[in-house]
Write a new protein. Structure first.
Length: 132
């Protein structure tokens, strides 16, 4: 299947799965990474987008400058190391969780699993081995 068609299918799947926030997906992003993002999208929406998107109820310039989730792939100062940043902020590897800012260490269960799975796919697709 042509890459553009797969990206279009992914975009439709995202739009259908989350009618509250349309999120643009760059068709240049690796497909395995997009698939992992689509799976984790709900977890990011429940736990991150209120601060890390301009439409969020607690939107913050500081948070958006660090990691903006207005589109995918994410943008901002930490976008190139987003997998590592998400892992660290959620306490993977024994560190203390620092996110969500208003209630750290509350992301758990399937949400946590899906976000870590996305972080692994992000790093694998980009050839990164960020292990802290």
């Amino acid at each position: 299947m042509p890459r553009l068609l797969l990206a279009a299918i992914a975009l439709v799947a995202v739009a259908v799965s989350a009618p509250l926030r349309a999120q643009q997906i760059d068709d240049d992003a690796p497909l395995a990474e997009i698939a992992a993002f689509i799976e984790a999208r709900g977890a990011f929406e429940r736990n991150c987008t209120r601060c890390h998107t301009t439409a969020g109820d607690e939107s913050s310039t500081k948070a958006i400058d660090k990691l903006s989730m207005n589109r995918y792939p994410f943008t901002g100062k930490r976008a190139a190391v987003a997998g590592k940043a998400v892992r660290k902020s959620l306490g993977q590897g024994g560190g203390k969780a620092t996110m969500p800012k208003d209630n750290p260490d509350t992301v758990s269960g399937d949400d946590l699993t899906l976000m870590f799975k996305w972080a692994d796919a992000f790093d694998a697709a980009r050839g990164k081995k960020d292990k802290d």
